[in-house]
Design a protein around this ligand. Structure first.
Ligand SMILES: C[S@@+](CC[C@H](N)C(=O)[O-])C[C@H]1O[C@@H](n2cnc3c(N)ncnc32)[C@H](O)[C@@H]1O
Length: 322
């Protein structure tokens, strides 16, 4: 149980119009300070101050990535839970809140459009580009090592791009579905598999946040170099969790935290890598736990290179028992 004082602090921190608007926005998922500033049309120092006060009162969580910061609602107990109940009772059709959500929708649509334009542009040369990043052979060997011994019925490769992961895992799975939101990318992937009748591999246009048709059906879900393009990786993981068969496995491959800002400005990255703690906290929020984690440092000099991480996620025992 939380103390009287901490609940008073929480109520005080939330008891202001801009802060309530921020909290209502954060109910839709994790948002960067920059985007919140654009939605509210207020200065960044002002918005940051509101967020800092709410973080100190235990209502929101801050996740820093270099000079960027992302905020999300803090779940769980105490003041956050008390305020969570208040937020539930606020009329979502209030014109100010409707306008805020619409503005956030426009900003996110802008990010998605820039990413889509980027992938449409690079689709033809992607197979070459992807291999520049990292020690690919080592990573692919580790993926096979980790999943090779298990029986895979359905494998979903989310953000399949040109389908390299489907080539790798196709022979290991009964059925593989590659899903991607870029028409240009799936055209390349389809061309790749048009002659291979041997394995059951299909390519679908789709969004990682909408996997309803695969509910609880996938033995293995893979996201290889995809998470850093997403608006809200935590929400994506919740969607992934919904498509996972009980006892199934999620494999994430992405960058460790880095400082290469040009990847955001020139290559549509929304995140500059992920720490183990960040991945673990998103996993826990969806009832998964990280059971294996491995790093692949770049062969370039330390500051130039990108370290790739591989995280294996499974249901926690508690979830399996439920
Ligand atoms: C960097 S590429 C990686 C492709 C592939 N996994 C690989 O390793 O070569 C990221 C892919 O994710 C796709 N993508 C980004 N956001 C997505 C979303 N919300 N739903 C589905 N695909 C998405 C992009 O279109 C792109 O093809």
């Amino acid at each position: 149980m939380d103390t009287f004082a901490s609940i008073v602090e929480g109520l005080k921190a939330a008891g202001e119009a801009t802060r309530l608007r921020l909290l209502m926005l954060l109910r839709t998922g994790e948002i960067s300070v920059k985007d919140l500033t654009l939605v509210l049309d207020q200065s960044q120092p002002r918005v940051s101050r509101h967020l800092r006060l709410m973080a100190e009162a235990g209502l929101v969580t801050r996740y820093a990535e270099g000079s960027w910061a992302f905020f999300s609602l803090k779940g769980g107990h105490g003041a956050a839970m008390a305020i969570g109940r208040v937020l539930q009772d606020i009329d979502p059709n209030d014109p100010v809140l409707v306008a805020d959500r619409e503005r956030l929708g426009e900003i996110r649509a802008g990010h998605r459009a820039r990413a889509a334009a980027y992938f449409a542009n690079v689709a033809r040369s992607w197979d070459k580009t992807r291999s520049l990043h990292v020690p690919e052979t080592d990573i692919e060997a580790a993926i096979l090592d980790l999943v090779g011994g298990t029986k895979i019925g359905l494998c979903l490769d989310l953000g399949t791009g040109t389908g390299r992961m489907l080539e790798l895992l196709g022979p290991k799975a009964g059925q593989c579905v590659g899903i991607d939101s870029s028409r240009a990318m799936i055209a390349m992937a389809r061309a790749k598999f048009s002659d291979t009748a041997a394995n059951d591999i299909s390519i679908r246009l789709g969004d990682i946040e909408h996997l309803e048709e695969y509910e609880k059906s996938a033995d293995l879900i893979l996201m290889h170099q995809v998470l850093h393009y997403l608006e809200d990786p935590g929400a994506a993981l919740a969607s992934v969790r919904g498509a996972l068969k009980p006892g199934g496995t999620v494999l994430l491959v992405d960058f460790a935290p880095h400082a290469h800002r040009f990847l955001a400005s020139e290559h549509a990255h929304r995140r500059l890598g992920f720490s183990n703690e960040q991945i673990a906290s998103w996993a826990v929020a969806t009832g998964l736990g990280v059971t294996h984690c491995r790093q692949f440092p770049s062969k370039l000099k330390e500051k130039e290179g990108l370290t790739v991480c591989l995280w294996l996620l499974k249901e926690t025992d508690k979830e399996q028992a439920a």
